[in-house]
Design a protein around this ligand. Structure first.
Ligand code: NAP
Length: 375
């Protein structure tokens, strides 16, 4: 039963990976008390939806434009194809509600604002004052990087950054997460008897492993390649200059989130998929505009917002706290390996790790909805 005073908020894509994390966070924070949720599916309309505040729900049809037109806000965790079809039709029919989205389709539209409010609350406020109603989550890798290093980037200290990424399989979708685990199991089973057999040499085990990784027995339907025991240094399609689309987003969306003109801060990325589950790691080599002492730089980074966790540059602290295993499932974004580079005192090295399903996808959307509701 919907209340008359509360906002009606639709959630297409709620059962996907990003949508599930979003739901989990909204339950944790008690968000569902603040609005009436309507869960929608493109494939399961009429079936039972999630229970909300102890009440059962029934899934609505995510393609029903007439029903969607009655909503105050839509938070889509579906893909770009869904956005392209449904958002276009809704807006062309005059729908004036808030569209909050995890897909990339609307990110570079002038009518959109990228949302990552611990970093760009001012940009979001200005966009809402200007009447913008499309609030779009940015690329996961860029969002995690800026959550870690907002202090540096917002203070105007960054002349240039080169970024090497180590990206979690969850960024490729739930089927890819399952494939990583299937590959791990498959590889382990091939050598399991050899591991405790003193008669087997490590070279024999290595040879068997390599043979299995390139054999058709390894499940590779999703990645097309081994991800277990491997690194895949290409994510998404090719664009200009030999870059992948994921790498291009690094430049465009860093400036976009910060509300800067294109190319104000130049970055170059080399993006690789690795076998971590939920958290991306990113190594940065930053040219600063001026030489500042390390303690000042650390303070600038640490004081940006409450979720930055500065990790001391020691082996033990790094291996305990600056890893995907340490950050996954938490809102903390760890920043460490901070040091002046051999190139000179205006050059800083850093490593950032954060849960890409939280700050890279679901959490900025959850908070964007909160901002919209609180206005
Ligand atoms: P996903 O897990 O593939 O889910 C998207 C939709 O696929 C679901 O809502 C569901 O829609 C349908 N679906 C079909 N079979 C399913 C199954 N077995 N289990 C669950 N859902 C199933 O997609 P996603 O990874 O959440 O990504 C959603 C959007 O967010 C994409 O545009 C993506 O680019 C973007 N994004 C993703 C990440 C990430 O880390 N994955 C990060 C940032 C942005 P119906 O109920 O309508 O069938």
């Amino acid at each position: 039963m919907y209340s008359m005073s509360k906002m009606q908020v639709g959630f297409p894509g709620y059962r996907g990976m990003v949508g599930s994390v979003l739901q989990e966070r909204m339950i944790e924070e008690g968000d569902f008390k603040e609005f009436d949720p309507i869960f929608l599916s493109t494939s399961q309309a009429g079936q039972p939806g999630p229970e909300v505040n102890g009440e059962p729900t029934v899934l609505a049809d995510a393609y029903d434009i007439a029903a969607l037109s009655g909503l105050d806000a839509i938070v889509s965790c579906h893909g770009s194809e869904y956005t392209e079809k449904v958002h276009t039709e809704l807006r062309s029919k005059g729908w004036d509600g808030f569209w909050i989205d995890s897909a990339s389709h609307l990110r570079n539209e002038p009518s959109s604002v990228l949302v990552l409010d611990p970093v760009n609350a001012g940009v979001i406020d200005k966009a809402l004052e200007d009447g913008k109603k499309d609030l779009i989550g940015a690329n996961c890798t860029v969002s995690v990087m800026l959550m870690g290093l907002a202090g540096l980037f917002k203070s105007g200290l960054v002349e240039y950054a080169s970024i090497a990424t180590y990206q979690a399989v969850s960024g490729a979708g739930s089927k890819n997460v399952i494939e990583l685990l299937k590959q791990a199991g498959s590889l382990g089973s091939v050598v399991s008897e050899d591991l405790d057999n003193p008669a087997k040499t490590i070279l024999e085990i290595d040879k068997k492993t390599k043979e299995h990784l390139i054999s058709s027995d390894l499940p590779t339907d999703e990645f097309g390649f081994p991800i277990m025991g491997n690194v895949l240094p290409w994510i998404d399609s090719k664009v200009e200059n030999g870059q992948s689309r994921e790498e291009q987003k690094g430049l465009i969306e860093t400036n976009g989130i910060l509300g800067l003109e294109p190319d104000t801060i130049i970055t170059d990325s080399l993006c690789a998929r690795v076998g971590s589950m939920r958290s991306h790691g990113e190594a940065l080599f930053i040219d600063l505009k001026k030489d500042l002492p390390m303690d000042e730089l650390e303070e600038i980074i640490k004081s940006a917002h409450q979720w930055v966790k500065l990790v001391p540059n020691t082996k033990e602290d790094t291996l305990t706290n600056l890893t995907p295993v340490a950050t996954s499932g938490t809102l903390e974004v760890a920043v460490g390996r901070l040091r002046k580079l051999n190139k000179g005192p205006k050059h800083l090295g850093a490593f950032v790790v954060g849960d890409q399903l939280l700050w890279g996808a679901a959490e900025p959307l959850r908070r964007a909805l909160q901002i919209v509701i609180s206005r």
